[in-house]
Design a protein. Sequence first.
Length: 275
Amino acid sequence: MSEELKITHSELSDHSKGTLTPEEQIDFLQLKLEQAELRATEKGIALIEMTASRNALYQSLQETQMHLAETIGQHENDIEAYKKELEARLQEKRQIQEECDALAIKARRYDELQESVVKIKMNAELRAHSVVDEAQEKAMDTVMLIDDIEKEIRLFGEDIIHLRRDIKTGTLTLDDRLDNVYLRLCKSLDKLTAIRREFYIRNSLPMDQIPDAVAPGAVPVMRYPMLLNPPAKSVPIEETADPETVREIEQEKAQKADTPSKKDIRKNTAPSDGI
């Protein structure tokens, strides 16, 4: 405004040097004043607009700052929530890892236990087979022992039958028959003692458990009185016995010949290597 007045005053001085009348100078100054007021009004309007724009910009800046603060706060909350969730996931992962390690240890122990069970089973099967084989062998020995005892008893019974028949028929070979029966009895007892002793030894039984009746030397050393004075010559039973007795003697000899020995029984009943 002052600069414009200075310019107007200088212009007025320039015009005053010319031929302007005082009225013209006043009009000129009035015109310049109106122009200056118009320009001042325009500048005021522009200033008002700038102020309004500044206020709007400031308000927008405040709103932006508030929105940014809210956004930052929300992001901070989200980040905190993410941290908590991440910590929970890490804790869960650690627990799962611990459980996996425990399961791995249990699996390793299970494998070791299963391997031990397999070994125990194999050892038990081997032991069972050995026990079965040993039991079969002992059972076979027992069967053969019983067979031998039955055979001896049967032969002794047959001798008694022959003795009774000889007594009934009144033959002259009664003394010989009694001698043979007593000898057969002594041999049978000695054989039973040997069989029993062999059974105890084969089955690893203590020898002190053998009854006195079957211990070595338990059979009394005695003979039938007639053996003290044996006849000069023994007459065969076939020459003096009746035909029925002779036939029974021949059957007995044939049966003895057909009866398999103990070695044959063991050979036939022994398990093969392929079993």
